[in-house]
Design a protein around this ligand. Structure first.
Ligand SMILES: [Zn+2]
Length: 669
């Protein structure tokens, strides 16, 4: 391609991709499939590699992250990023309204918007192009985290409408609960410390020095303020949000403009009770602003806060209660977790009786003692945790929590590895470890044996029917049926489920074994790379560590696991029972062409018509015999027929045989 052509093509692709990005992430109305988007992105990437001088500063290829950086540049905010005064009840909202009406009279309109519990960010656009993204910092100056901000898919890298030369947009960056739980699950599986709540997670993510990792965390941003030439902006704050929206920014959902403070209070209550519980992102209150921005200056500020707005804070999902006792749980990896047994208390709609204390460092840090009155909190997690001790309620009778020297279940001496926080039981035949390993083995993401819940596993262990994973496959109908609360029918059902689990693919089996640090993701990567357990057993540590996404820690753990004779024997036994220890062709194949319709015309050199059809179908595509508007691609061989003309007429995309060959190479036909 000639330089001039390349430059034009890069510009065209960039604009096209940014538009699709906006349609997908901001408007939620995609026009093309994910696959088509990826193909366009790859095309652009390739051109940018060939002609780096033409890469645009707002190229969508920067969404996936770039090279790690050394540190952040500190930048002063154009206008300080202020915080708002808080109101904790109706009375304080009425007071706020009174102060406003005293100055502005009683026909004030308010905009009410949810207060996202994330971290503040200022986006600076120069001539419509995103050039800096500054964290709130101390409100006066913050860090320029532009590389990470670019990975946030609902932030426009370029504003397509004409805007003033300097254009600043502020808002809140956050993580959804789903993503937050996913990140923590992964951290847990790889033995790292988890984030306490979604806000901590996003605060850590926005300051990562490796934007490639930040890109994987899928942050989002809702914008609520714009700073630019005033005459470009409408007077109404509500209209400004709409303007931001039309310029390609996401603004918070559920924003209303209301006339009376009574309506405002009603809406805040309604939101807290009925809307907040349905949201997938953290909201800790409502922000109430005088809608007419021109009046903000008239109102001025108090010593600390502006008078035009207030944040109404929701009741925190916290409660105080008493720690009656602390018990110790032994997990499947032998880690002993202290658990607080609480005086039952209502919290976020449920009764809470227990809370996790994480580990003994955490107990020391918070200085928690048995008998203490404490705050418990739920933060996007299912199990609540203790966050603070009310020391003023101490009587002097509280008891210190002492890490157990012996396993509370088997009585063996506990150990602590190196600088790890955790205290462990390392007795391989500890009943607690066996029980939790089995519960993991049968869990949904592993072997998915329905009906094998905790109480049944308890009974089976009690009767000595479970010694290791392989004994699950040796259970006899009669013995199950004789268990308390079981019977012929439920025994049959269970055996059917057990039999069914043998069909689970290799990566599920690998994950089910519960090898330390081998989570679902690692199991999939290993299964895809090595194809069989024998290949993994025979691989060297370096070979395993080299796989992208695996690393030394997992490699070491695998080598250690396979060095133990009883583990190898267990695998042999499971093999004999028919569990899958090899990757099968069909499960491995991805379906990159899912949802796309193809038509073939003309002769192909490397495929017969039947082969080409089967291959496309194996990648998830539909192959049709006639061209219509619904056709996505026509593959054109030598001497094409009328289908080719029809495709051109209808404007359907045409590709040649190379298209198939590229896929054949990638997916190893
Ligand atoms: Zn034990």
């Amino acid at each position: 391609m000639k330089r001039e052509e390349a430059k034009k093509e890069i510009e065209k692709l960039t604009e096209e991709l940014l538009r699709h990005n906006y349609l997908y992430y901001v408007k939620n109305e995609p026009e093309i499939s994910d696959y088509e988007y990826d193909m366009l992105l790859k095309k652009l990437q390739k051109l940018e590699e060939q002609f780096p001088e033409f890469k645009l500063p707002y190229s969508p290829t920067s969404r996936v992250g770039g090279e790690p950086i050394e540190g952040f540049e500190t930048v002063k905010h154009s206008v300080p990023m202020i915080s708002l005064d808080n109101a904790y009840n109706e009375g304080e909202l009425l007071n706020f309204n009174e102060r406003v009406e005293k100055i502005l009279g009683n026909s004030v309109e308010y905009t009410v918007e949810p207060k996202i519990d994330g971290i503040g960010l200022a986006l600076i656009y120069q001539n419509g192009i995103l050039t800096r993204a500054i964290t709130r910092g101390d409100g006066i100056q913050g860090d320029n985290v532009i590389e990470n901000a670019k990975t946030i898919t609902n932030i426009p890298l370029k504003i397509f409408e004409k805007v003033p030369e300097y254009f600043e947009v502020r808002g809140e960056v956050f993580l959804s609960f789903d993503i937050f739980r996913e990140i923590n699950k992964e951290k847990e599986e790889s033995g790292e410390d988890v984030f306490a709540n979604p806000r901590n997670a996003v605060a850590g993510t926005i300051r990562l020095k490796d934007s490639k990792i930040a890109a994987k965390r899928k942050m989002k941003m809702y914008c609520y303020q714009v700073i630019t030439e005033e005459n470009f902006l409408p007077e109404s704050h509500f209209e400004r949000l709409k303007l931001l929206n039309s310029l390609g920014f996401s603004t918070p959902p559920h924003v209303l403009k209301l006339k009376k403070i009574k309506e405002v209070i009603e809406y805040c209550k309604k939101f807290e009770e009925t809307i907040k519980p349905t949201l997938n992102f953290p909201v800790d209150g409502m922000v109430i602003k005088v809608d007419n921005v021109k009046l903000w200056e008239v109102l001025g500020t108090t010593a600390k806060f502006p008078r035009y707005a207030i944040a109404f804070k929701f009741k925190p999902e916290q409660a105080t209660t008493k720690i009656l006792d602390v018990t110790f749980q032994v997990g499947r990896t032998g880690v002993i977790t202290p658990v607080a047994e609480l005086e039952p208390v209502r919290l976020a709609g449920t009764t809470v009786k227990r809370a996790t204390l994480h580990n003994f460092d955490e107990i020391k840090r918070l200085d928690i003692r048995i008998g203490d009155t404490v705050f418990v909190e739920k933060a996007g997690e299912i199990i609540p945790k203790v966050v603070k001790v009310v020391t003023s309620k101490r009587t002097g009778n509280e008891k210190e929590i002492i890490p157990p020297e012996k396993c509370p279940v088997c009585g063996e001496k506990t150990v602590k590895f190196g600088d790890e926080v955790a205290i462990r039981c390392i007795n391989p035949s500890c009943p607690a470890i066996l029980k939790n390993s089995i519960l993991h083995f049968v869990s949904r993401d592993a072997m998915d044996i329905r009906g094998m819940g905790e109480s049944l596993v308890d009974k089976l262990l009690e009767k000595g029917l479970l010694k290791d994973f392989s004994s699950i496959y040796e259970l006899e109908k009669e013995k199950i049926a004789n268990l308390e609360r079981m019977g012929e029918k439920s025994a049959e059902n269970l055996l059917r489920e057990i039999e069914k689990s043998k069909q689970k693919p290799f990566h599920n089996v690998l994950y089910a074994l519960g090898i330390r640090y081998v989570g679902q993701k690692a199991a999939k990567l290993l299964a895809r790379h090595f194809k069989s357990i024998d290949n993994i057993i025979n691989a060297s540590g370096e070979e395993i560590a080299e796989i992208e996404g695996i690393g030394e820690k997992i490699a070491e753990s695998l080598k250690k696991y396979f060095s133990l004779k009883h583990n190898l024997e267990l695998i042999e036994k499971l093999k004999k029972h028919g569990l899958k220890f090899e990757t099968e062709e069909t499960e491995e194949r991805e379906q990159p062409l899912k949802g796309l319709t193809f038509v073939l015309t003309g002769e192909l050199e490397n495929f017969t018509r039947k082969q080409a059809t089967e291959f496309l179908e194996s990648l998830g595509a539909k192959v049709s015999s006639s061209v219509s508007k619904k056709t996505n691609y026509v593959i054109v061989g030598k001497n094409p027929g009328s289908k080719f003309r029809k495709a051109v007429q209808l404007g359907v995309k045409t590709v040649d045989e190379q298209f198939l060959l590229n896929f054949a190479e990638k997916y190893k036909k």
